[in-house]
Design a protein. Structure first.
Length: 338
């Protein structure tokens, strides 16, 4: 288990089928009613794709006026909106050079909208395919645009994997802070075709009450010929605290027994409260674990629980989990090494 020493949550942000911001996410999950499903036409397919789309923002975000963001695809717009919400006033500190911010973007499918457009144009007439679209097809485009908007030249990674990759990103960001490679770190999980984006902002300083602390992130337990999903999930669970009635479990189940079986079994004796965001919001791939973390952290910041565990049994790669706690501020100040 990768324990975290004095790594705190400074902020969270979200764009989701519930709306733009953490508040609509919180209110939608509190209602407990799955959002309406809409049909998205798929060219060449007989049946449409059933999705829960992100609604338009109430007003055009000001950041879209930035030169780097005028032609970006939705994944970048979602990522930037969630990032700015999580950073709050610290965005200005990044721009003026007084805060060295690391960025970790976690994706699974990435910039699919512009990839589809570019390959469609290439197949129809290669001579007319727009080179302007190509830069938006690469996985690290959103992280690059975010860094340009914030005028940051600090360490910036894009991790590509299954939904569990977001928690790997949290671990990576925490390590950067411990190794003094950054003064704060922003971890994002993003997808598009109207998926959700979530952001978690990590720091080593104590700013606010209540103080939410990253307790630990488990190892990544891979799905292998000698280790199936159920076994990987069991090993992930074994590295996390047992939990108690005051703790929240934020799992990745989505109401599909064939996909949920391993995770349901491993947490069947959980003693505390439980939340399953994907049952309300739908599948979000790499962004799904981001909204699990945002929901768990928001519940802690609102004083609803003393601790929260996030469980991710990914779609094709790994089982990984994380635990967060409400930290005792006085204890942290008097015993900074603990």
């Amino acid at each position: 288990m990768r324990a975290a020493n004095n790594i705190f949550i400074r902020g969270v942000g979200a764009v989701s089928p519930a709306g733009w911001g953490v508040l609509p996410l919180r209110e939608t999950l509190a209602k407990g009613e799955p959002l309406a499903i809409k049909e998205l036409v798929r060219p060449g397919w007989a049946h449409p794709l059933r999705v829960r789309p992100v609604p338009p923002p109430a007003a055009r975000p000001a950041f879209l006026g930035h030169a780097r963001l005028r032609r970006t695809s939705p994944i970048t717009q979602f990522a930037v909106a969630a990032a700015l919400e999580a950073l709050g006033a610290d965005a200005a500190r990044v721009r003026d050079g007084s805060l060295l911010l690391g960025i970790v973007l976690c994706v699974m499918t990435g910039c699919v909208n512009y990839s589809r457009r570019f390959y469609d144009e290439t197949l129809k007439d290669p001579a007319m395919a727009s080179p302007i679209l190509f830069p938006e097809t690469v996985f690290n485009a959103p992280a690059s645009h975010l860094a340009a908007l914030l005028e940051s030249n600090a360490i910036n990674y894009t991790l590509v994997g299954d939904p569990g990759t977001f928690l790997q990103g949290v671990a990576a960001g925490a390590n950067w802070l411990l190794e003094d490679r950054a003064e704060a770190c922003l971890v994002l999980g993003a997808e598009e075709i109207d998926w959700l984006t979530g952001a978690v902002y990590l720091c080593r300083e104590i700013h606010d009450q209540p103080v939410v602390q990253l307790h630990s992130v488990t190892e990544s337990h891979l799905f292998l010929p000698g280790q199936n999903r159920a076994q990987a999930a069991q090993r992930m669970r074994a590295e996390l605290p047992d939990g108690n009635p005051e703790h929240l479990l934020c799992d990745g189940t989505q109401g599909l027994r064939s996909l949920d079986a391993a995770e349901l079994e491993v947490w069947r004796d959980w003693p505390g409260s439980r939340s399953s965001p994907k049952e309300i919001l739908g599948e979000g791939l790499a962004a799904a674990s981001a909204w699990q973390c945002v929901a768990a952290l928001d519940a802690l910041r609102e004083g609803q629980h003393a601790g929260a565990t996030v469980s991710v049994v990914g779609c094709n790669q790994q089982a990984i989990g994380a635990h967060f706690v409400i930290s005792n501020l006085k204890s942290q100040i008097s015993n900074p090494s603990e």
